[in-house]
Design a protein around this ligand. Structure first.
Ligand code: EPU
Length: 332
């Protein structure tokens, strides 16, 4: 346990805040011993790599972080493999491991920052795949030291959402995630840019898909090591079909994704760009110049600077389109 601990390495926005206490554990038994010994008093916050967090002030409580790492094969046959992965494993290290071992399913999620535990909380997604499609179950320990395994259906997965994001579930910590991956070729190539990039390569295999995803991401998304950010700042809003049709008449080139008979998802990045925000900012916080859905720290921004920018961006989107856009990032 450390006191007055800098969280600079634990938030990809690069916001310079501190935690009153910081506790890192290497095993489930170490976590259980801590909970039954010293115990954990509120306020507390369990984080991964902070790739989806925005701190607006110092955290006056205990921040916990898991160093439970590693990939363990539980069972495998010719068709699939079941694995159990420590919550503190870097997500992209796990994807690299899947690609190297010929396990199919995670490759479209290459290069997403963050850790495996947080991936299961946030239901990370990209290029037609969401992590819920690969998760079999989520192993947890709660603040009282009670262990529970949540089957996929119990996790209530939805777009960037799960049961673990509910306020009353903040006392439940993910320790390991069980995944099922395929062992026979099966690719998700419906995202146009993937096919275009693949045409430039001689073969389609797990390695080339990983390379293609890296190219697509690097072309649009800023590297948090260079420019602080937390990926998409807002969720893409889902609007009723009637509002969507009215908007499409006005903006025939508006991109969209079908959701169901009654609703359509509109890319928030497009809405923000239409409002003229791309590359513009307030103080040291800015809308990224290549992807308007991403807010960046130009260096020295505070969490409040980013919140002020996010509020201004959301207000202009509402003024122009009458659509509310909500943060995907957790503001603390
Ligand atoms: N667009 C613009 N201007 C912009 C950004 C996007 O017009 O500044 C348009 C694009 O031209 C495209 C559409 O919006 O027609 C969608 O853009 P893109 O394919 O880049 O995806 P996105 O909707 O902006 C979502 C996820 C990303 C994920 C990509 C690819 C959310 C909130 N974001 O972004 O996830 O990588 O799709 O699947 O759903 C993340 O969650 O942090 C994240 C990066």
């Amino acid at each position: 346990m450390w006191n007055n601990y800098s969280l600079l390495d634990y938030n990809t926005f690069g916001i310079d805040v501190r935690a009153a206490r910081f506790m890192e554990y290497r095993s489930e038994s170490e976590l259980l011993a801590f909970l039954s010994g010293e115990g954990l008093e509120a306020p507390y916050l369990h984080i991964g790599r902070g790739s989806n967090l925005l701190f607006t002030k110092d955290f006056e409580g205990t921040v916990l972080h898991s160093c439970i790492r590693g990939v363990e094969v539980l069972e495998e046959d010719d068709k699939q493999v079941r694995v159990r992965v420590g919550a503190g494993t870097l997500w992209d290290d796990f994807v690299a491991c899947c690609v190297a071992r010929g396990w199919y399913g995670a490759e479209n999620l290459s290069l997403i920052p963050g850790e495996v535990g947080a991936s299961a909380v946030q239901n990370i997604g990209a290029y037609g795949v969401e992590v819920k499609d690969l998760i079999e179950a989520v192993e947890t320990v709660d603040v009282h030291g009670v262990k529970r395994v949540y089957a996929n259906a119990e996790c209530r997965y939805a777009y960037r959402d799960s049961i673990f994001k509910r306020p009353d579930m903040k006392s439940v910590f993910v320790t390991r995630v069980r995944f099922v991956l395929g062992k026979t070729p099966c690719y998700r190539l419906e995202y146009g840019a993937i096919r275009t990039e693949l045409e430039k390569r001689p073969a389609t295999n797990l390695c080339t898909i990983r390379e293609v995803i890296a190219c697509i991401r690097q072309a649009k998304l800023p590297d948090p090591k260079v420019l602080g950010n937390a990926g998409s700042f807002f969720k893409n809003p889902v609007v009723p079909r009637s509002s969507f049709e009215a908007l499409l008449c006005q903006y025939p080139s508006m991109p969209f994704y079908e959701v169901d008979a009654g609703s359509v998802k509109i890319p928030a990045g497009w809405l923000i760009e239409q409002c003229g925000w791309k590359g513009k900012g307030i103080g040291r916080a800015s809308v990224h110049s290549r992807q308007a859905l991403v807010l960046v720290n130009l260096g020295g921004a505070t969490g409040q600077d980013v919140v002020a920018l996010a509020n201004a961006v959301a207000a202009s989107v509402y003024d122009k389109f009458h659509i509310h856009i909500c943060p995907e990032v957790n503001v603390i």
